[in-house]
Ligand binder design. Structure first.
Ligand code: ADP
Ligand code: MG
Ligand code: MG
Length: 889
């Protein structure tokens, strides 16, 4: 015999909060509340296992269920001194669904079950209030009729309206017993006409009807859709809760309400909620009457707080709030009812909250001693933190929605619409806030994206160019807003019949993926207070160091502000796009001999030295990893006649020769072409110049500040041991030359990126020559999976949809494939050099799931874009805690 039924309340609590899987969240928490002495009307829960058994057995109940239900019901009867179906002292119950997680797709609750033509009279006499009894009866028929019998709820409302019209009253509460009796008669007649059967009078039949409807609702289309959207397996099933009724609708000393133990939008430790006097069940949310606040402090003029209306019950509710928070150690979302001044608890669960509230609640609960600091660190979702680091739309500010797209990069931004990167740059230079609107963006738009306050595209997904670049820069971005039509020629965008011209203001919310007309009020992020406190607690617990990917002084400063402990990736090629430098760069590339290249490099050297001096100054005393020149050369080739002519003139050769050289350099697969250390091997003078700039810059800063930076020079795209040997020798030789000339040295290291499978496979050989490894997981993902990030957009989303890949591997590290390659390289590398320093750079460095992997395999640091640094700090702490590697214990 299986146990299908668990009792709660009345001194008989068979369930506990941790039995959520079996009893559903509602049932488990009702039992828990009862067992800690809170006033819970007694009842019982039919388990989720029964739901499974019911469906496995072609919708039939096991034979032993009926007996268990009647035993449990008898216990309830005894506890409250009433009898189910009794004419004089009838017990009424509610029938409530309840899965493991709350599911809006499920059946609505049926209240007042057990009423019929006879028991309604008994209820009226026992309570001395016939109006209340008939009001309850009509509520029951209405709920049961619509929820269990499937009668359209409008049919019920028509009948009430009719009676109200006859009685010449406006409010439901103004109807008397006789008038509710008439409503009931109207209901019963209508139900029997609609369903072809009289409304069930037998309470037993009513009860099994309602139980059947709850289990039936597990498979209704609404519930199915909800499960699909939220990844809830069908096997979980729902439980059914049957519970003695308490009445909030018996008069002015009665009420029903909902509350949060703290403010769910700000997290403030203030009781937050609403109640309605003389009301039942969902009246509070139904919006028929205006609910009133709980605390006097929150009451506006004209409102009557529960604290004033029902002071005794309010005091009990405050005590229950304390008790629940202390017991559950988290903010609770509570439902309650007051019957004749006495408080009853009907539900509790961990309350949903905003990112800001989750931070504040975690920190304050730790300060109050409810939870410890490690728990506070665990409680805050790192991705939610991301939202808090950008200006956000003020939740209270009015707004007019224009269109929706994808939430590609969080934060809010308002500005004038511009349709080109150049215009974005020129208007921003004049001090205007601009939103760059493009159908899609490309690398040529980078300067405009940088100048813009926000970016909006009408095409592309979460990993489109716009999305990736915007996240990296910390610019809010809404991508793929397909409902917007952009007309570059007419300089307008339009959506839903509304048109916005270039120069008019729009607002985007990159966290929600929404676009609004006009300006919407913003709130600035605060990096102090609770945020700083939580970060401090996280920092104390994490093992991984957090660095930033940064090359400009602006990014480096931002990174420090967000707590980066160094630079993990400085992409030197980004330093050459500047108009002043690109011409020297082109001369260098197109020069037909070493002599020409050296002349051009000579001109680049002072720029590079200056770049490094600026970076070393900002990162004083912190490690800075500089990756030598990596990109495919074609990115720098001159475009068009004018640029070709300019280079020809600078080089003192003819146009035809330059054109021929440019054609020679063109590659079919530049990402797999002449880039990374392959350039350094073929054109050694490039890396030599960069090494010189680094060492001269480091010496300059050491001299001016007395604090010598420790440059970490990183060779990209190494696949063969010999590649590293050659390039490392170049660097060491330049170092010796510079040190000799200056009569002074600085410490430095030379390491390599592991971004090709071959490098991972021979990591032991490479480790012999490297002072550190940095896993370039963007390229490594491309090369291990054999797919190109630029082209994968065509099929990758579909792959994720079909479950072929669990997640976009460019966002979250593919642990099974790429992760295995990383793990192997870590092991082989450390087999040769036990203390070999290792880190990761690239998009994954800021992704919490990927960071957990980095912690697990024992990397030393992760490096991510400056805006993700706090996310990474928190995620690293959670990863350490998750593996029992808390550094504070
Ligand atoms: P939901 O899952 O939609 O919140 P519930 O099962 O919590 O549905 O029921 C909704 C409301 O019905 C409760 O908040 C409460 O006001 C009322 N209710 C449920 N059971 C009872 C009961 N035994 N006595 C009085 N009111 C009840
Ligand atoms: Mg509820
Ligand atoms: Mg790379």
């Amino acid at each position: 015999m299986s146990k299908w039924v668990y009792s709660f309340g009345a001194g008989h609590d068979e369930g506990r909060a941790d039995m959520r899987d079996l009893l559903g969240s509602k049932g488990a928490n009702l039992a828990e509340m009862a067992s800690i002495g809170l006033p819970v009307p007694p009842g019982f829960t039919i388990t989720t296992d029964l739901c499974a058994a019911y469906y496995a057995n072609s919708r039939k109940y096991p034979e032993d269920l009926a007996g268990q239900v009647s035993d449990a019901l008898a216990r309830v009867e005894q506890a409250v001194g009433l009898r189910f179906g009794d004419k004089r002292t009838p017990l009424l119950v509610s029938v409530r669904s309840g899965a493991r997680v709350s599911m809006p797709g499920m059946m609505d609750t049926v209240l007042n079950l057990g009423l019929n033509d006879a028991t309604v009279e008994g209820l009226g006499e026992a309570s001395g209030d016939a109006r209340f009894a008939w009001d309850s009866y009509r509520r029951f028929i209405q709920m049961y009729g619509s929820v269990v019998l499937g009668v359209d709820h409008h049919r019920f409302e028509e009948i009430i309206e009719h009676v109200k019209l006859d009685a010449d009253v406006l409010e439901d509460t103004a109807l008397d017993a006789m008038q509710w009796h008439r409503v009931v008669d109207g209901y019963k007649e209508m139900v029997s006409q609609t369903t072809g059967k009289p409304f069930p009078q037998d309470p037993e039949e009513q009860l099994w009807g309602a139980i059947g409807a709850v289990f039936g609702s597990w498979m209704n289309p609404r519930a199915k859709t909800y499960r699909r959207l939220h990844d809830i397996p069908v096997t979980w099933g729902t439980a059914v809760n049957v519970q003695a009724m308490v009445f909030g609708n018996m008069g002015s000393d009665c009420a029903t309400g909902v509350c949060f133990t703290r403010d769910p939008s700000t997290g403030e430790n203030l009781f937050y909620g609403e109640f309605l006097a003389n009301a039942q069940g969902e009246d509070v949310v139904a919006g028929i009457r205006t609910p009133q606040p709980l605390a006097k402090a929150r009451a506006k003029p004209g409102e009557v707080a529960m604290e004033q209306a029902l002071p005794g019950a309010y005091a009990d509710l405050l005590a229950a709030r304390e008790k629940l928070e202390r017991h559950y150690r988290d903010m609770q979302d509570i439902e309650f009812t007051v019957q004749q001044g006495k408080l009853f608890m009907l539900q509790t669960r961990d309350g949903k909250r905003t990112a800001a509230a989750s931070l504040r609640i975690a920190v304050e609960m730790a300060n109050e001693g409810l939870i410890d600091q490690a728990e506070a660190v665990r409680r805050v979702n790192p991705s939610a933190l991301d939202q808090l680091l950008h200006p956000m739309l003020d939740p209270k500010a009015p707004r007019t929605l224009l269109a929706k797209g994808l939430p590609a990069s969080p934060g809010g931004a308002s500005g004038v619409v511009v349709f080109s990167a150049d215009e974005a740059e020129s208007r921003a230079a004049k001090g205007e806030s601009v939103i760059l609107v493009r159908i899609e963006t490309s690398p040529e738009d980078i300067h405009g994206m940088h100048a813009a306050k926000g970016i909006l595209t009408t095409r592309g997904g979460m990993t489109s160019h716009a999305a990736v670049v915007a996240r990296g820069m910390g610019r809010p971005c809404v991508a793929g807003a397909g409902g917007i039509a952009v007309d570059y020629g007419g300089q307008t965008l339009s959506a839903g019949g509304r048109m916005v011209r270039s120069g008019e203001v729009i607002t985007i919310d990159g966290a929600a993926g929404e676009v609004f007309v006009g300006a919407v009020g913003m709130i600035e992020p605060a990096l102090t207070g609770d945020f700083a406190t939580l970060m401090e607690w996280a920092d104390a617990r994490r093992r991984l160091s957090i660095r930033a990917n940064a090359e400009t002084p602006l990014d480096a400063e931002m990174a420090r502000k967000f707590g980066a402990e160094g630079i993990g990736l400085c992409r030197t090629e980004h330093m050459f796009f500047d108009p002043q430098r690109i011409s020297a760069m082109r001369q260098m590339i197109l020069a037909h001999d070493e002599h020409g290249r050296r002349a051009a490099l000579e001109r680049l050297l002072p720029f590079q030295r200056q770049d490094f001096i600026a970076l070393f100054r900002i990162m004083a005393g912190l490690p800075v990893t500089i990756r030598l020149f990596d990109p495919p050369l074609h990115e720098f080739l001159p475009q068009g006649e004018a640029e070709l002519a300019e280079v020809a003139a600078a080089l003192g050769t003819d146009l035809a020769a330059v054109r021929r050289r440019a054609a020679d350099l063109a590659e079919a697969n530049p990402m797999l072409g002449h880039r990374g250390c392959r350039l350094g091997v073929v054109f050694p003078e490039i890396y030599e110049m960069q090494a010189r700039a680094i060492f001269e810059g480091a010496l300059a800063v050491a001299e001016e500040s007395g604090k010598a930076p420790v440059p970490e020079i990183m060779i990209p795209l190494v696949g063969m041991r010999r590649e590293l040997e050659i390039t490392r020798a170049q660097v060491d030789r330049v170092a010796a030359e510079v040190f000799q000339a200056r009569g002074r040295t600085v410490e430095y290291t030379v390491g390599t990126m592991i971004e090709l499978p071959r490098a991972a496979i021979i990591a032991d050989q490479i480790a012999e020559l490297a002072d550190f490894f940095s896993f370039g997981t963007n390229d490594l993902t491309q090369t291990v999976l054999g797919l190109s990030r630029d082209d994968a957009g065509r099929f990758l989303p579909r792959y994720v949809e079909l479950g072929i890949l669990p997640k976009d591997p460019f966002v979250t590290l593919d642990v099974e494939g790429v992760g295995a390659v990383v793990r192997q390289a870590v092991e082989r590398g450390r087999s040769v050099k036990p203390g070999l320093k290792m880190g990761i750079c690239g998009e994954h460095g800021g992704d919490p799931a990927s960071i957990a992997f980095c912690e697990e395999v024992g990397l030393d640091y992760v490096s991510c874009s400056p805006y993700r640094v706090p996310v990474a700090r928190l995620a690293a702490a959670q990863a350490a805690l998750g593996l029992g590697r808390d550094r504070t214990v």
